[in-house]
Design a protein around this ligand. Structure first.
Ligand SMILES: [Zn+2]
Ligand SMILES: [Zn+2]
Length: 328
């Protein structure tokens, strides 16, 4: 009797294994095929000093989470996902390791060296556990819905430059900001720019600003200055960009590119005015970032008005195509 029971037991297990076999092998082989297709990104993480290997789409998910607020509409997140994917693939194609600045890695997680990336653990920390599941799923969905899609111009991957907010003024020609003209990075209007606070005020001690700029802002270049009792303008705009931002300015007795002033004073954008008021420089800025390429708040606005990610990307990147990886 025990032997017969054992036999029945074995038979049942055998049948179960045989039934499951096709499913298991199928799963294994499909996983293998997926892995072969999906490039691997070697990412240097500044916080730990480690290099992690991530499948492309996992990496893209971490970039979207780091670069765009998760509460933005799905179509804006999808546009960001396609931009992030295009960026890394262009970099991998160009031989990532050679020019990442981090030996053995294709890219890193610092936005100043490329694009930001955060781990799922970091997402949990930033959003809290409850929002983590909501937002991670939402972002992952945007990534999956655009899986393998990239932006090309004349068949080549583009540099998908983007910035947080143009402040509603529209974007700039790359040539006016960086002196290098790029056919797909042309200034375009930003009709639905959804930046809730496009204009910001800040104050910098006059001494500190003078030191950074190596000038004397208290020497007012404009005759007369402001109204009586109001702060005197400390700058004169000598030249404007196509979208109407300062391009060349005079501060004290010196002339600067507005982008240089932005860097030296660490301003939110190059669309600024400076006024001296006693020992302070009052700074007003509009927008956030360099204003070239996709405006993220503009993408949000387009999405809220019913546009899809392809329309958004084609608006901000002139003359581009959205294509599937490997397709011409
Ligand atoms: Zn880095
Ligand atoms: Zn905008």
């Amino acid at each position: 009797m025990p032997i017969r029971k054992l036999c029945i037991g074995f038979t049942l297990i055998l049948i179960a294994v045989l039934l499951a076999l096709p499913y298991l092998t199928d799963r294994l082989s499909s996983v293998r095929i997926e892995e072969e297709k999906e490039p691997v990104v070697r990412l240097y993480v500044h916080g730990t000093g480690e290099i992690v290997r991530l499948p492309l789409e996992d990496y893209v998910t971490g970039v979207v989470a780091a670069e765009m607020p998760a509460e933005f509409p799905a179509e804006a997140l999808k546009a960001q996902a396609v931009a992030a994917r295009t960026y890394i693939l262009k970099r991998l194609k160009a031989g990532g390791v050679a020019n990442s600045g981090h030996p053995g890695a294709d890219v890193c997680d610092d936005h100043r060296h490329g694009q930001a990336w955060i781990s799922p653990e970091e997402m949990k920390k930033r959003w809290g556990t409850f929002n983590y599941y909501r937002y991670y799923y939402k972002i992952r969905q945007a990534v999956d819905d655009t899986r393998g899609l990239v932006i090309t111009y004349e068949g080549q991957l583009i540099d998908p430059i983007y910035h947080a907010s143009c402040g509603g003024k529209g974007t700039e020609n790359a040539g006016e900001v960086w002196k290098v003209d790029v056919p797909y990075l042309q200034g375009v209007p930003c009709p639905y720019c959804a930046d809730p606070q496009p204009v910001r005020m800040a104050a910098i001690p006059l001494e500190q600003a003078n030191r950074a700029l190596k000038t004397n802002l208290a020497v007012v270049p404009v005759s007369g200055g402001g109204r009586k009792g109001s702060p005197a303008p400390a700058m004169q705009v000598l030249e404007y960009t196509g979208a109407g931002r300062p391009k060349t300015v005079q501060l004290g007795e010196k002339t600067y590119a507005a982008t240089v002033v932005r860097d030296l004073l660490d301003l939110r954008s190059a669309d600024f005015t400076l006024k001296v008021n006693g020992g302070q420089v009052e700074v007003t800025t509009r927008g956030y970032g360099h204003a070239v390429g996709m405006c993220q708040y503009g993408a949000k606005g387009f999405a809220q008005h019913g546009y899809d990610f392809k329309q958004i990307l084609k608006h901000y990147y002139t003359g581009v195509e959205i294509t599937r990886l490997g397709e011409k």
